[in-house]
Design a protein. Sequence first.
Length: 137
Amino acid sequence: MSAPTPAHDKNAQQMLLASYETLLSRVEYMHELANAEQWAELIDQRTSYVVLVEQLRELDSNVELDAAAQQRKVELIERILEHDVEIRRRLVSRRDELGKLIEVSQRQRDLHRAYAPQQGTAVAAYEADDPDSTRSS
């Protein structure tokens, strides 16, 4: 790993802050996707978001920021984290919703398995007792 770029390198600082702004833009878009319940697209975006975070981590380790740039970085990170918390909240809510749907589906399947054989027997017994039933031969 190379030594951090000196604080006086304004170009490197600007590039780092621009990367944080790009990350903020990405997480804002992901928040919109979560609010719109566009889960597949959100997952696709999450993958590229993780890659962007890793690239930013590498860049961040090589650049020292002056006080003003450091303050801007803190502000950007706070906004990124606020969106991230909301996205996670929406994902947990969706997970819980899917869990309930799975439970209902499992109960329906269990009920079907428990009562479907009896229904077939009951229908056959009814047809055997009913002299008016029309059976195809």
